[in-house]
Design a protein around this ligand. Structure first.
Ligand code: PLP
Length: 396
């Protein structure tokens, strides 16, 4: 499936610009493909990479293999719980008392919300609120999945639980906190799930990354197995063992300890996820900016467009000029806050008022720029759904 400039231009002819869209044929294909990739494992939706209630519902409705949401903050989890979602894992620690209290109130109502922990400070804080409100609060233990190669730290700096000894100490300490209940284990192998190993034009770097990933995987599998076995000596049962992300599904699914994989970016498939060997999803999300000037022949200046992604600095965090094919940024200006000049010498005739289509480098961050997503199917706009921002929500 390929899309042309004229296809999108015609479909969005009447739309006020700028706008963001989801190409539903691509999106639905990605939803289906993720399940094929995950084989028999459940898939938890990483909400940070969707940031639209309506599209998360669409994914959950597709199959019972999609189960639960991985939230990025606890106020978000509480909001989603109030909207009727359940089985909400907050993937990063919550430390503010008011936030923990709000979660505890949902737990009292019978909802499943899990708070992330890896330090005694987290346990203490959650336990205190549980004690005040007389409720056991479910928690998840975050296991560090980084590889510490000689002279190279391959992974992310998140959990402190980076050794068998530390995990054991953490598990032993749980008996001090009767109002927390360990119900889940998560280990996010960011260096596999979020690092592209097939970046265009980077042959040498790709082969180094591939080699590091292969070595890291061996270590990860052994570590996760050891830890889950150890955890089972301390608890009667776990609700889940979560691992992975879009880029690691093929690896994570084969681990017997894993019960579910967290996936988000695969559905919109932003440009950072074009760079993997193991899979190819379709570019479902994009945005359009309007040509408002033509200062010189072949130069088209558009309004807005500079939606740069978070994380380490680099050209891969810039938006990509998508359609018409052959558009280029000016290196001195790139995608700007208010003006984005583009060089184009191709077969499309571009005029003031015409759209130029771009793709974001990350998935959910695009939704922080738009209140709505236009949903496109068979060349027609079939719906307009709210983003979190459109819902008046700004969690991070
Ligand atoms: C804890 C955790 N799990 C899974 C993911 C995978 O998300 P995605 O599929 O959007 O890459 C992330 C992304 O940062 C994460 O932080």
């Amino acid at each position: 499936m390929d899309r042309t400039y004229s296809y999108y231009k015609k479909a969005f002819k009447e739309q006020e610009k700028p706008f963001a869209y989801i190409d539903l044929e691509f999106f639905d294909y990605n939803v289906k493909d993720v399940l094929k990739r995950a084989k028999d494992k459940k898939v938890r939706i990483a909400s940070k990479s969707i940031r639209s209630v309506s599209l998360m519902k669409r994914i959950l409705d597709y199959s019972p293999q999609y189960q639960g949401i991985m939230c990025f903050t606890s106020p978000e989890a509480v909001w989603l719980s109030e909207l009727g979602f359940d089985d909400l894992l907050v993937a990063y620690p919550t430390f503010q008392n008011e936030h923990i209290k709000a979660v505890a109130h949902e737990v009292i109502k019978g909802k499943k919300i899990y708070l992330m922990t890896d330090k005694p400070e987290h346990l203490q804080q959650i336990n205190e609120i549980g004690k005040q409100l007389k409720v056991k609060i479910p928690i998840c233990m975050d296991l560090d999945m980084s590889s510490n190669f000689p002279g190279l730290y391959f992974g992310v700096h998140r959990s402190s639980l980076n050794s068998f000894f530390k995990v054991k100490k953490f598990l032993k300490s749980l008996s001090l906190y009767p109002y927390v209940e360990l119900k889940g284990v998560m280990g996010y192998e960011a260096q596999i799930a979020g690092v592209g190993n097939n970046v265009y034009g980077k042959k040498i770097k790709n082969s180094v990354i591939n080699m590091l990933q292969k070595t890291s995987i061996i270590e990860i599998v052994a570590r996760r197995k050891l830890v889950v076995n150890l955890v089972m000596e301390f608890v009667d049962s776990l609700d889940f063992v979560n691992g992975g992300g879009t880029g690691s599904i093929e690896m994570t699914r084969d681990e017997s300890q894993i019960t579910e994989i967290a996936v988000g970016s695969a559905f919109y498939n932003p440009t950072l996820f074009d760079n993997y060997n193991q899979f190819k999803h379709f570019p479902a999300a994009g945005y359009a900016i309007e040509i408002v000037r033509k200062p010189k022949p072949n130069v088209y200046t558009c309004l807005g467009g500079g939606y740069v992604a978070s994380g380490s600095m680099g050209p891969d965090k810039l938006p990509m000029l998508y359609l018409p094919k052959g558009c280029k940024f000016f290196p001195n200006e790139m995608a700007g806050e208010v003006q984005t000049p583009i060089y184009y010498k191709g077969k499309e005739s571009l005029n003031i008022g015409d759209p130029v289509f771009l793709r974001h480098s990350k998935a959910g961050e695009l939704c922080e720029r738009f209140n709505y997503l236009l949903l496109l199917q068979d060349g027609e706009i079939v719906d307009k759904v709210l983003t979190y921002r459109g819902d008046g929500k700004c969690f991070l």
